[in-house]
Design a protein around this ligand. Structure first.
Ligand code: FAD
Length: 465
């Protein structure tokens, strides 16, 4: 069994740590934020200081893929989330009324999951981590650099542990970077004279405005969770303990949207969207929380088939992150942690092989979600820009448009779409299934469904008051 250090105690770092500890490894999670996880959901929301996670109070949902991964890898966690007040969601309950075939299918259970506000779900995962006999979470400890060990591949540095901000050296057989979007790993690796990994980075170009509400009943979902409404998009998410959130987002360069910071303006815009307006029917528990400056970033530590480093891997946002509108980061991160667990099981004793095995699994099973999100975001931002400028939007991707159109009427196409949206399956796999091409062809050329709401002129009026 190995000694493993996980840098970063966010949800993905903790899930990775738990999975590896379950396999008998001695795991230490090092987390700079000093505050212990609170004991109750209320305290988690009201008072948990997590400055290391800039998006801590931004809207978060878990997805069916998260449930699928943790039910397999960390049994009992879903139940603990439910015990913490997380809400159960079944996406098939909001099957569009236009679908006549409402018969259940085998496996429909895969669309059920539990979810809650980020501080609450993270507190539940953190409590499970605190209890694990082979997992130690040291809070208030920042990783400042890596320790060099004897190379196992010629010319490739090998990591033998970490150095903390106070100069303490913590040795390990494997170091897992789970430090999130702003991972300092490029600097750490440069200090070891590692070849640079392959890196991509650009601003996602979106700004988010969110308000949380509470009330006796969760609002009924009558539209998709993520709904494009002209030149803005809306996200509506159920939360834990009778809470929910409403988000409006758009391009950062759409200056009039800044007015959404005012609660009155925010509510006025949401009230003009018929499928989301009733999500305002509760007591607001926050003002409008804004967040911009979200980066798309990807870092690969194997270049041309050769690791740039061994004894060191990156998971979750420290590996790749995107604009979060599809709510996938934690689910994809949990899937990534699951792949790491599998790679450690087969290849722990061979550091070069471990790096390559994990990289191959990542590229095969996780990178397509990253690339797909970038493509979807570029298309949506181009559409928003065109609507803002009064131009005809660029034509949508024909395959995706056909899947969206078919999903309005066809029960199986709807399930296929849901699988891709919730990360249960990759779009390519779903589209290659027998019969799917015929289902899409039956609706080819039909316009994708729109969401009613203000056009650009009306939106500007609402923003100006
Ligand atoms: C506005 C917004 C909305 C989002 N909504 C959703 C959503 O609905 N659903 C979803 O699944 N995802 C969502 N995400 C993405 C989600 O927040 C991330 O994917 C998720 O937090 C990644 O988890 P992580 O553990 O990899 O990183 P993080 O949660 O960022 O955790 C990283 C941890 O590393 C620690 N750390 C940093 N530096 C060091 C260091 N030097 N040494 C040790 N530790 C360090 C930090 O303190 C932090 O605790 C959203 C993101 C944003 C920005």
């Amino acid at each position: 069994m190995a000694t493993i250090v996980v840098c970063g105690g966010g949800v993905v770092g903790l899930c990775a740590g738990l999975m590896l500890a379950e396999d008998g490894h001695e795991v230490t999670v090092l987390e700079p934020d000093a505050a212990d996880p609170p004991g109750t959901s209320r305290e988690a929301w009201d008072g948990w200081r997590r400055t290391g996670v800039a998006q801590f109070r931004q809207p978060h949902t878990l997805l069916p893929r998260f449930r699928q991964v943790v039910d397999r890898e960390l049994p009992g966690l879903t139940e603990r989330l439910a015990d913490g007040g997380c809400v159960g969601v079944d996406y098939l309950e909001s099957l569009p009324p236009s679908i006549e075939d409402r018969a259940p299918r085998p496996g429909d259970d895969r669309f059920r999951f539990v979810t809650g506000r980020r501080p609450v779900t993270e507190a539940v995962v953190a409590a499970a981590a605190e209890e694990h006999p082979r997992l130690s979470v040291r809070r208030g400890v920042r990783v400042a650099g890596l320790l060099r060990g004897p190379s196992s591949l010629p010319g490739v540095p090998h990591v033998a542990g970490v150095r903390t901000g106070t100069g303490e050296e913590v040795t390990a057989d494997l170091v897992v970077d789970a430090t999130g979007r702003r991972s300092p790993s490029a600097d750490w690796l440069a200090e070891l004279d590692a070849r640079p990994g392959r890196a991509e980075s650009s601003a996602s170009g979106f700004v988010y405005y969110t308000r949380y509400f509470t009330g006796p009943e969760q609002p009924r979902r009558i539209g998709p969770q993520l709904a494009p409404v002209g030149s803005i998009s809306l996200i509506t998410l159920g939360g834990d303990n009778d809470t929910w959130s409403v988000t409006v987002f758009g391009p950062t360069r759409d200056a009039p949207l800044k007015a959404l910071r005012e609660a009155e303006v925010f509510d006025r815009v949401v009230a003009a969207c018929p499928r989301q307006a009733h999500w305002l029917d509760g007591r607001p528990i926050t003002g409008v929380l804004a967040m911009a400056g979200v980066l798309d970033r990807y870092r690969r530590l194997v270049v041309d088939g050769v690791p740039v480093v061994t004894g060191f891997v990156a998971v979750g946002d420290a590996w790749a992150c995107t604009n979060p509108s599809a709510g996938r980061g934690i689910s994809v991160g949990a899937l990534h942690a699951q792949l790491l667990r599998a790679a450690v099981r087969t290849s722990l004793d061979d550091p070069g092989e471990l790096a390559r095995t994990f990289d191959e699994a990542t590229e095969r099973e996780v990178t397509p979600f990253y690339r797909g999100q970038l493509t979807a975001d570029r298309a949506r931002i181009a559409e928003m820009d065109a609507l803002r400028a009064g131009r005809e939007p660029p034509p949508p991707d024909p395959v995706r448009a056909a899947l969206l159109a078919a999903a309005v009427h066809d029960a199986d196409a709807y399930r296929a779409l849901l699988e891709t949206v919730t990360c249960l399956a990759l779009p390519g796999d779903v589209l290659a299934r027998p019969g799917m091409a015929e289902r899409l062809a039956a609706h080819a050329g039909e316009p994708p469904p729109g969401t009613p709401g203000p056009d650009r002129r009306q939106l500007l009026d609402l923003l100006a008051g």
